[in-house]
Design a binder for this molecule. Structure first.
Ligand SMILES: [Zn+2]
Length: 432
């Protein structure tokens, strides 16, 4: 728990300076005669006894060293002000102490704006509640922790933390400039449960997501990205890495016809994983009794890399594969398929694929046959990884996918799409 500490400089109520004058008034600024706002002169004693309200006192800088008050909206300077009050602005914490600055904020009746406006604040104050560096500090803290954690730690309201974080992220985005990608990766993420998708496009050379949007994964949504990019930038695209999904390809062909299309390993292997899962489900439905129990709860063991399995999970998977021949075949075929991306010549890759496909004969693995057919249809886009100009770090696509999943888990229950969007777009940007 933080302890509160108020740094309150000894500041006269009628202070001319906003950040405290230790030891009272400077001699030249002290008014010789105190007046009410109507101009009636009163003694200092009377003023104190009557408890001159701090907040509703109109004043003039005539008495206070000639300092002017500047309208916060239009910037016109005035010699008088409407009212003023003391505020506590939060500043960077010091150890476990919260630090507040005690300051006076004036309001001014502005003739230009025709209303009472707050004065313009010092440069390092964001508003009357906290300083700019504090806002940035909170934004930075949110990069590694959830809003709730930061709010609890800093004794702040959850909504305040969220607002500050979003503001921080917008600033990050602004600083990163307009994207000029040559190689893009197109991916969809599912938001909420069910089949609601958004498209995420990233710059694979700069390793950063550059666009998040669309209402689904349709062609119209994908066109939204190219509109965002603009026609000139779209013509600069050299390569588009994507899933085997027709709307993405159609939209790319129409908006950036010069860009080569590549279906990457991560997405292809994901389709194969889905095929394996279908086989598992079919086997589960087909069998009963003891042989069925081996399959139960093995989905993730089957789909993850064998190196990542340890202890019991590994043992269970071995038992399952020994007990069920069809699943065993499917599993081995899936594991061996990754080799396709080790070939550097297209002819050899094709040879490998044809051999792999031949192994499917007589195995009665319908989902696998479907997968092979799909690959055959998209072969040009898959084999283009062999071309030297298409060598890009494809690990980023998978890494970003995992990162977004972590973000979604952390922002779970927070149905704010703008927040998710900012979070995704800034997840690889450097801190401010
Ligand atoms: Zn004004």
């Amino acid at each position: 728990m933080l302890k509160a500490l108020f740094i309150r400089h000894k500041m006269p109520v009628e202070g001319t300076q906003k950040f405290g004058m230790i030891g009272g008034w400077p001699r030249h600024a002290k008014p010789a005669v105190w007046r009410t706002h109507t101009g009636f002169p009163v003694s200092d004693h009377w003023r104190r006894c009557r408890g001159y309200s701090v907040t509703r006192e109109r004043g003039s800088s005539r008495w206070y060293g000639g300092e002017k008050t500047v309208c916060g909206v239009c910037g016109t300077a005035y010699r008088t002000w409407y009212d003023r009050r003391r505020r506590r602005a939060r500043d960077l914490p010091c150890g476990e102490h919260r630090i507040y600055l005690d300051l006076e904020v004036r309001r001014v009746f502005c003739r230009q704006c025709d209303g009472v406006k707050r004065e313009r604040l010092e440069d390092f104050l964001e508003n009357a509640l906290h300083t700019k560096r504090f806002a940035r500090y909170i934004g930075k803290r949110c990069r590694g922790s959830s809003i709730k954690e930061v709010a609890e730690e800093q004794c702040l309201d959850w909504h305040t933390v969220k607002r500050l974080e979003m503001q921080y992220m917008r600033e990050q985005l602004e600083r990163s400039g307009k994207p000029r990608p040559q190689v893009i990766g197109i991916d969809e993420i599912s938001v909420r449960k069910g089949h609601e998708y958004r498209i995420v496009v990233s710059d694979l050379e700069k390793h950063r997501p550059i666009w998040f949007g669309g209402a689904d994964r349709s062609e119209a949504s994908m066109d939204g990205f190219y509109q965002f990019l603009g026609e000139k930038q779209s013509r600069r695209l050299r390569l588009a890495v994507m899933d085997m999904w027709k709307p993405f390809r159609n939209s790319t062909a129409r908006n950036a016809p010069q860009a080569a299309v590549l279906f990457d390993k991560f997405h292809v292997m994901r389709h194969l994983g889905e095929a394996l899962d279908k086989v598992r489900k079919a086997e589960y439905a087909r069998l009963d009794g003891k042989s069925r129990t081996f399959i139960k709860g093995q989905k993730y063991a089957l789909l993850s890399h064998p190196q990542n399995l340890k202890g019991t999970a590994r043992k269970n998977l071995k038992l399952l594969l020994a007990a069920n021949k069809r699943l065993n075949t499917a599993y081995v075929l899936k594991e061996s398929f990754g080799q396709l991306w080790d070939y550097s010549s297209e002819a050899w890759a094709r040879k490998f694929f044809d051999n792999w496909r031949a192994q499917l004969n007589w195995q009665r693995l319908a989902p696998y046959e479907k997968f092979a057919e799909m690959l055959d249809r998209h072969w040009a886009g898959i084999a283009s990884y062999c071309k030297p100009e298409n060598k890009v770090a494809l690990g980023f696509v998978e890494g970003l996918n995992n990162k977004i999943r972590v973000i979604q888990r952390r922002a779970y229950g927070l149905h704010d799409e703008e927040y998710l969007k900012l979070k995704v777009l800034t997840c690889t940007l450097p801190a401010l």
